[in-house]
Write a protein that binds this ligand. Sequence first.
Ligand code: ATP
Ligand code: ZN
Length: 225
Amino acid sequence: MLDNSRLRIAMQKSGRLSDESKKLLAQCGIKINLQEQRLIAFAENMPIDILRVRDDDIPGLVIDGVVDLGIVGENVLEEEVLDRQAEGFNPQYKTLRRMDFGGCRLSIAAPRDFDYTGPECLKDLRIATTYPHLLRRYLSQYNVAFKTCLLNGSVEVAPRAGLADVICDLVSSGATLEANGLKEIEVIYRSKACLIQRQAEMSADKQALIDKLMTRIQGVIQARE
Ligand code: ATP
Ligand code: ZN
């Protein structure tokens, strides 16, 4: 039987959210040794286990109730929710708070010489993306149908490689787009990291621990504002 008494928090193992997630938990007073390449790390001073996984797995782990809390980009969360809804499910979770890190935007970008006058220009084009559901939700507002080229990486090289006409990818500074001869033409979603909780009710002990953590997170984030 799984030990369900300790609070399980999923965070990104390595990537753009991992350092900030780690720092936040440390600043909340959770003593944890994340040095080793382990999937699970146990807190020494609180009944908390940290699960370190690919960011894409975090929304599902929370929605399926495998972990209690997760720190993940809203972009990844929303795409997973839309994907499950498209499959006919009704995914449930609670958003505890938006974080002050992981800021980025999901944007459509086109080759520099693309003559862009509005979303209608994208009609029937092939768009490379990791986020087909967020893209479809956005373009359906303009009744723009498109073809997808699903890629989990190297999205920005798709136009040059002849795989797609334009792309829809995460941008922060825009330097990667620039380096690939692309220009940002439409911002479709603004994202930050967020803290989510599984929907099912927790034991009183676990809920009290979550409440305590929330108060600390609030304090940490306020102090650096
Ligand atoms: P993993 O190996 O965990 O699947 P990944 O390569 O999919 O990692 P990262 O590139 O580490 O993911 O990005 C994680 C999250 O960081 C993104 O989903 C997004 O919410 C956020 N983020 C912030 N800025 C950027 C950016 N410039 N590009 C991509 N993601 C960004
Ligand atoms: Zn990922």
